[in-house]
Ligand binder design. Structure first.
Ligand SMILES: [Zn+2]
Length: 252
């Protein structure tokens, strides 16, 4: 699993106490994009670990977990559903999520290279060859088609290129950072001067990784929810409430 030294530079709208955008490098963007490669079983397990989640997936997950293996076909394992492996496009992708089994499109075969054995490969090195009953633990390399091989010659892992900075919005919209997009964002958000923004660098580890994944299912203000301490937001809310309540009490 890749290292977890991923950081993010938040630009906070001080007036609203909300993240306007974050400046991110390739690692964080690759992490966000890796959400789309996660099997639903892996996501459900992470969300269950993190507390209560809505919808029916938790009860479906729990019911498979509780179902006796007597009802599962002998050639299948419940782990394929409950702990599915993620297929990674690169070995160094920062998957900031705990206990996610990953495979770099890794395949295995048995030690025999003749006869029927040649037609079997496995995705798990504990598999037994159906032909010779040996353990299928020899690595087999998965080869990309020519266009992908050419693109991969840069030796970069993950999904996006690393030479540029990216902008990640509070609702996780991702775009390349440019002065034009920045100016249009500031105008749209009514931020008059750069002094209205507070800069804050945050580290993103496993804990934040799970929070980001969970919040992305439930919120449109993910970065604010995960990285801005709740007390600050509460204080701002209570100030707002005070402002609403005062005129009413005054009129009584
Ligand atoms: Zn074999």
């Amino acid at each position: 699993m890749a290292a977890t030294n991923v950081s993010l530079k938040l630009f906070i709208d001080k007036r609203r106490q909300q993240v306007l955008y974050a400046e991110a490098d390739k690692k964080f963007v690759d992490f966000l994009l890796s959400f789309f490669t996660l099997p639903v079983g892996a996501v459900t397990r992470l969300l269950l670990d993190g507390g209560s989640v809505g919808g029916c997936l938790p009860s479906l997950y729990q019911s498979i977990k509780n179902l006796s293996v007597a009802y599962i076909r002998p050639d299948k394992s419940k782990l394929f559903l409950l702990e599915p492996k993620v297929v990674m496009p690169g070995a160094e992708l920062p998957l900031l999520l705990p206990n996610i089994g990953s495979t770099f499109r890794q395949l295995y075969r048995c030690p025999n290279v003749t006869g029927t054995c040649l037609s079997f490969v496995a995705i798990d090195d504990s598999t037994i060859c159906p032909s010779c009953n040996s353990k299928m633990e020899r690595n087999v390399k998965c080869v990309d088609p020519p266009s992908v091989i050419r693109a991969a010659s840069s030796s970069e892992e993950g999904y996006v290129i690393g030479m540029v900075k990216y902008m990640v919005m509070d609702d996780l919209e991702v775009m390349a950072l440019s002065s034009a997009t920045l100016v249009s964002l500031l105008t749209k958000s009514n931020v008059k001067e750069i002094g209205d923004l507070e800069e804050k660098v945050v580290d993103v580890g496993m804990d934040e990784g799970v929070k980001l994944l969970k919040a992305s299912f439930q919120s449109k203000t993910v970065l604010t929810d995960v990285f801005l301490p709740a007390e600050i937001i509460k204080t701002v809310d209570s100030i707002k409430n005070d402002m609403i309540i005062h005129p009413k009490t005054a009129s009584l």
